[in-house]
Design a binder for this molecule. Structure first.
Ligand code: NAD
Length: 435
């Protein structure tokens, strides 16, 4: 039968039958799948370059860096360390059990579901897949329907390269995902917004299925008065305007004192020009907003402050200029929701105390960034705020460190992955005692 015509219940049953045979458990099967996935990415990278340009106007450089290269690095890191990560870990036994031995071992969970979003539609589907396969599971992956070209490429290529009885791609939108969520999985890994995150978690409750929710939120950037403004502007602009601001850990807004804000304004305008030239619309490196709905949503946020640079767009091509807004009132529309687009508001605060209060008054963000030369300020931010990750001087880069867990806290999500943390997520750590 053509697997694409399968009902969700049949897909899950087919994968569960494979899992029951034990085929996915040996480390050799796992590493073979990872090597094939790597081959897919290197041999068929051109297909992804094309689809990601069609979906999001991504440049080949950006695709190689943030989608293909990122995933290949995750595969290589996993292949290098997997055997060591999977080693059973001895545990000391108490005196009354002297002579017995105890250890923990990682058991695969079974059949897991990975639901991916549209903003990095390959990386955010394939990186969880790397972890799920490395942990020895059968996997159903559901790409985002809002990146249709990439969804189609993944649906075509993954079955060509991977064990089709253990990995299934289900394409579609809300009806297809709803149908999948009615099935019993052993873990659900969801990346996307918090509203759908709640739907996923509610569905998981029916089967007592554990979930990982990789969500978003407004990630603040604190800029201290002692920071080097040119460096701050260059790094902020590069992190913010990558993928036209559609990055879950993109700097959402800047918090700084009024004097630093005045210095930052022209520096950010210069940094944007250094990245994309005087006319970013003509620059191949600058991406596009995913669709008209998001273009309209973002355009409505442009009058939330004084335009320092950018501020214009073209609906027909979904181009929205890299935009910096100054004098932004915390009560303005742009400060009410995650921006998820190329608009960077600057909000002024008197000092670090007020910045920490501002951050703690709001939902826990996926990332917090700070530019400061002061160790005391770094320590206070680390100790007095809560966020999924903390980036000191380097926006976005923490998620490229495979040895760091990547995930949110509170409204920005639950659970984490990357590297050995993916093994934790997609396995059960079983306690064993042998008398
Ligand atoms: P999206 O619209 O592509 O949705 C994500 C997935 O949910 C898709 O596969 C979609 O088909 C499915 N979905 C949508 N509605 C559904 C429903 N009613 N029932 C079941 N499934 C449904 O992507 P999005 O949510 O717009 O993504 C943007 C959000 O994701 C932002 O908030 C961003 O910060 C967050 N995000 C987080 C991370 C992270 O790693 N933490 C990464 C990227 C994006």
């Amino acid at each position: 039968m053509n697997p694409t015509q399968e009902q969700p219940a049949d897909t899950v049953a087919r994968l569960r039958a494979t899992f029951r045979t034990g085929r996915t458990k040996p480390v050799e099967w796992r590493t073979t799948q990872l090597r094939r996935l790597r081959a897919m990415l290197t041999e068929r990278g051109a297909d992804l370059v094309e689809s990601l340009h069609a979906d999001l106007g991504k440049s080949p450089t950006e695709v190689h860096r943030t989608e293909i290269g990122f995933t290949v690095r995750e595969v290589d890191h996993t292949l290098e360390h997997l055997a060591q990560w999977l080693r059973p870990e001895p545990a000391p036994v108490p005196e009354h059990l002297a002579g017995a031995t105890a250890w923990t071992q990682y058991d695969p969970l079974g059949v897991v579901l990975v639901i991916a979003p549209w903003n990095y539609p390959a990386q955010l589907l394939l990186t969880p897949l790397v972890g799920a396969l490395a942990a020895g599971n059968a996997v159903v992956v559901k790409p985002s329907e809002l990146a249709p070209a990439t969804s189609a490429v993944l649906a075509r290529l993954l079955p060509e390269y991977l064990d089709q009885d253990a990995v299934a791609v289900v394409e579609g939108g809300i009806p297809e995902t709803t149908a999948l969520l009615a099935e019993r999985f052993d873990h659900i890994f969801y990346t996307g917004n918090g509203t759908v995150g709640r739907i996923v978690m509610a569905a998981a409750v029916q089967h007592l299925t554990p979930v990982t929710l990789e969500l978003g939120g407004k990630s603040p950037v604190f800029v201290d008065r002692d920071a080097d403004i040119a460096t701050v502007a260059a790094r902020l602009a590069a992190g913010k305007f990558l993928n036209a601001g559609q990055t879950c850990v993109a700097p959402d807004y800047v918090l700084t004192d009024p004097e630093t804000a005045r210095a930052l304004e022209p520096a950010l305008a210069q940094a944007v020009e250094a990245l994309y030239g005087v006319d970013p619309q003509a620059c191949a490196e600058y991406g596009r907003v995913v669709n008209e709905r998001h273009f309209d949503r973002l355009s409505a946020l442009l009058d939330s402050g004084r335009v320092v640079t950018g501020g214009r767009g073209d609906r027909a091509t979904k181009y929205l200029a890299p935009t910096v807004l100054a004098d932004v009132d915390p009560k303005s529309p742009v400060m009410q929701e995650e921006i998820f687009g190329p608009i960077l508001p600057i909000v002024t605060v008197a000092d670090l105390d007020e910045a920490i209060g501002f951050i703690n008054d709001r939902d826990k963000p996926l990332a917090l960034y700070a530019f400061t030369e002061s160790d005391a300020t770094r320590e206070r931010l680390a100790a007095e705020t809560s966020s999924g990750g903390l980036g000191l001087g380097l926006p976005l880069a923490h998620l490229t460190v495979s040895d760091l867990p990547f995930g949110g806290v509170g409204e920005s999500g639950m659970g984490n992955y990357h590297g050995r943390y993916s093994i934790e997520t997609f396995s059960h750590r079983k306690a064993v005692l042998a008398g």
